[in-house]
Write a protein that binds this ligand. Structure first.
Ligand code: C2O
Ligand code: CU
Ligand code: CU
Length: 513
């Protein structure tokens, strides 16, 4: 994809402004719920700030048997009051998107009901070592009104900050921005992080609402860049407040559960130490001034509050290769304010110097190459009018307006196997971003180790060994990862900008015994 073509094509859309803004996307022939209010003029709703940070509710275990975690999840429509006097229609798990907390060694049994009218869905257990047939793959849908049980075991060493979200074919992006996403924490048998630090989930989501409280449909720039909202929320709140004592240390689990928001984060007046990544603790703590959390990534940090007053979790600018109009102002958002007391905390234990060990995956027996590209199909003529355009032309399979995000030249087809691999074999994947924007690359069913990044002939290696399931690939960059799949079955790999995943930037590797 050439940037010039892309932008020229877009110029046509800009001319057609309101039509573009109102255009419904229609993917894979599913019209879904067609009666959303159209974006309307009027002032943007103001969201309250500074309310006490709420802890997300926990999903209670219905099993009395030790080692078994049993519960029910229902995905269904509901309402959330984000702004005063406005009820926003959303989709939720169990009305509140509860956190699932289980332990290494537990057997999990979740009976799931799809209560979303007229739409299939699935639950995908992002990052978790779950058998392929329990992992909510796109070709394993739960039809509207029906139920199924997801069962899997949490092996030793699997403690980490995972999450779960829908993965139905052609509907993932929309079901997630409408609200479906939850946290899944697996606790270790022995936790090296002192209990006194607590364990606080900060789940970032990205909300865009109209003046009447409804969520607008996605626009062309949303599909192109991924849908970015107007408000980055923490546990559903805008800039909530967290009281802490002077000298206190807190364990925070940061989750980027947005469709497409790149979060470059810093903590003013507090210091951050990374202790964990997508796949759990790292070997030793690493102090950082800032960190980049791209869609679907997680990080665990210990934050030390050593100055009285306000300590704010802020965003910094990040250039991710935005296409066309509507580039969000990434810098200067206040996501959370910790109010640090004058009175000092007592007896705060130190952070241990060693957290755990991570064995290198070793030498690969197979090497694969995945090239990520973008294409605007028939949109090479800058003046193509949008008015009166057939909505179905937005679909990835049709001609004309097809906008495609590809891996190795192919658009996702859930009936096609792109790669075949073997259980237990270590593989080296070269993931090449040959496109103009960053793409956070994710692999199902396992955790990988990043070997190196290469850009413009310059190679850099990660500062520490870590387990990851999602890695940002900067435009023009190649990232090399080592991974091994330990369970058979088809696994997806894709860009976790969910609109890109939906527009084709996904493939299937069939892992065979
Ligand atoms: Cu969050 Cu296909 O995954
Ligand atoms: Cu996943
Ligand atoms: Cu992408």
């Amino acid at each position: 994809m050439h940037r010039r073509t892309f932008l020229t094509s877009l110029a046509g859309l800009v001319v057609a402004g309101p039509a573009a803004a109102q255009m419904k996307h229609d993917m894979g022939g599913m019209s879904g719920h067609g009666n959303h209010a159209m974006p309307m003029a009027g002032t943007n709703p103001i969201l309250p700030q500074g309310q006490p940070l709420r802890a997300l509710p926990r999903l209670s275990n219905q099993s009395a048997v030790p080692g078994i975690f049993k519960a029910e999840l229902v995905a269904e429509p509901g309402f959330v009051r984000f702004a005063e006097g406005l009820d926003t229609p959303v989709l939720l798990y169990n009305r509140t998107n509860p956190v699932i907390e289980a332990r290494e060694g537990d057997k999990i049994e979740i009976s799931f009901k799809n209560g979303i009218p007229g739409e299939p869905t699935t639950i995908h257990w992002h990052g978790m070592p779950v058998p392929a047939d329990q992992d909510g793959n796109p070709n394993d849908p739960v039809a509207s009104g029906s139920e199924r049980t997801y069962t899997f075991d949490l092996p030793e060493g699997s403690a980490a900050s995972y999450w779960f979200h829908p993965h139905p074919h052609g509907l993932t992006a929309e079901q997630v921005y409408r609200g479906l996403a939850g946290i899944f924490i697996v606790k270790p048998k022995d936790d090296p992080i002192p209990q006194e630090y607590g364990d606080t989930v900060l789940m970032f989501t990205d909300l865009r609402i109209n003046a009447d409280g409804t969520m607008p449909e996605s626009t062309m720039p949303d599909l192109m860049n991924g849908r970015v909202g107007d408000h980055v929320l923490v546990n559903g709140q805008k800039n909530p407040a967290m009281p802490v004592a002077l000298g206190e240390k807190r364990r925070l689990r940061l989750y980027n559960a947005t469709n497409a928001r790149f979060l470059r984060l810093t903590f003013e007046n507090a210091s951050m130490i990374v202790v964990g990544t997508d796949g759990g603790l790292i070997e030793a703590p690493v102090a950082v001034d800032e960190l980049l959390l791209t869609p679907a990534e997680r990080v665990e940090v210990i934050v030390s509050f050593d100055k009285p007053g306000a300590a704010r979790l802020m965003t910094l600018d990040y250039e991710r290769g935005w296409m066309g109009p509507g580039k969000p102002n990434e810098a200067g958002m206040i996501l959370l304010t910790a109010n640090v007391s004058e009175a000092a905390a007592t007896a705060i234990p130190p952070l241990p110097a060693r957290l755990r060990s991570i064995e290198p995956l070793g030498n690969p027996v197979v090497t694969r190459r995945f090239v990520l590209t973008e294409s605007m199909g028939g949109m090479d003529h800058g003046s193509m009018p949008m008015q009166g355009m057939d909505h179905s032309k937005m679909s990835m399979s049709s001609g004309g307006m097809a906008m495609k995000f590809l891996i190795n030249g192919a658009s996702f087809d859930m009936n096609r196997i792109d790669e075949v691999s073997k259980v237990g074999e270590v593989e080296l994947w070269d993931v090449v971003n040959d496109a103009d924007m960053d793409h956070p690359f994710h692999v199902h069913g396992t955790q990988f180790q990043i070997v190196e990044h290469e850009k413009d002939g310059k190679i850099t290696t990660p500062p520490y060994r870590a387990w990851k399931d999602t890695v940002n690939i900067v435009a023009g960059e190649t990232v090399r990862i080592l991974l091994r799949q330990d369970m058979p079955g088809p696994r997806m790999y894709h860009c976790h900008i969910l609109e890109h995943e939906q527009l084709g930037m996904m493939g299937t590797i069939d892992v065979r015994a």
